[in-house]
Design a protein around this ligand. Structure first.
Ligand SMILES: Nc1ncnc2c1ncn2[C@@H]1O[C@H](COP(=O)(O)OP(=O)(O)OP(=O)(O)O)[C@@H](O)[C@H]1O
Ligand SMILES: O=C(O)C1=C[C@@H](O)[C@@H](O)[C@H](O)C1
Ligand SMILES: [Mg+2]
Length: 178
């Protein structure tokens, strides 16, 4: 496998979980754009939203994505809303293989409902918010994806195996250590 691997999808899609396993399989560094922003600012994402609003967070996110998409041979888990910006979509599409981890709204909701670390879901009806985000973003994730994987009815292990196979099909002849 050569080149960068970029994971996109909504909150709870499994980008961080799956990304770490893919990185281990291909012996690549794993980077998570949300964690990178938290590392650089020294504060967590909810506090950035509180202090700077979503707009301030998006500016930081775009700068980090710009920098990370210039790296080589990394596995990058992107923030759920990174694809809202055309600039981010172009950077992701032009600099690596983009994998969209697609999931049903019900599954996304079940996987995130007890986690308070996602400011966009701190509303009176987070399930409706998740649905709204899915409707808005599903076309954007799909637009830039080289590979779309449905994450619903399989274990994380099976999912990772499926992604490895799809990556091999896209890069025939390439080996793990390329
Ligand atoms: N395919 C799956 N099946 C069942 N549970 C999963 C699956 N993928 C991830 N999970 C679980 O869902 C939760 C959210 O996963 P994860 O944090 O990897 O999502 P994410 O896409 O990185 O979300 P965010 O955009 O908010 O960072 C975790 O508890 C994880 O174990
Ligand atoms: O879906 C989103 O817009 C977000 C997802 C998270 O990964 C974080 O980037 C942040 O909470 C915003
Ligand atoms: Mg994550």
């Amino acid at each position: 496998m050569t080149g960068n691997i970029f994971l996109v999808g909504l909150m709870g899609a499994g980008k961080t979980t799956v990304g770490k396993l893919i990185a281990r399989h291909f012996s690549r560094p794993f980077v998570d754009s949300d964690h990178e922003i938290e590392k650089r600012t020294g504060v967590n994402i909810p506090l950035i939203f509180e202090l700077e609003g979503e707009a301030g967070f998006r500016i930081r996110e775009t700068a980090v994505i710009e920098e990370l998409t210039r790296q080589n041979n990394i596995v990058l888990a992107t923030g759920g809303g990174a694809i809202l910006s055309q600039r981010n979509r172009d950077n992701l599409r032009n600099n690596g293989t983009v994998i969209y981890l697609r999931a049903k709204v019900e599954d996304l909701w079940q996987r995130t409902r007890h986690d308070k670390n996602r400011p966009l879901l701190q509303t009176s009806d987070p399930q409706a918010k998740m649905k709204e985000l899915f409707v808005q973003r599903d076309p954007l994730y799909s637009e830039i994806a080289d590979i779309i994987v449905d994450t619903g009815s399989q274990s994380v292990h099976a999912l990772v195996h499926q992604i490895e196979e799809r990556l091999k099909q896209l890069n025939p002849g390439a080996s793990k250590t390329d």
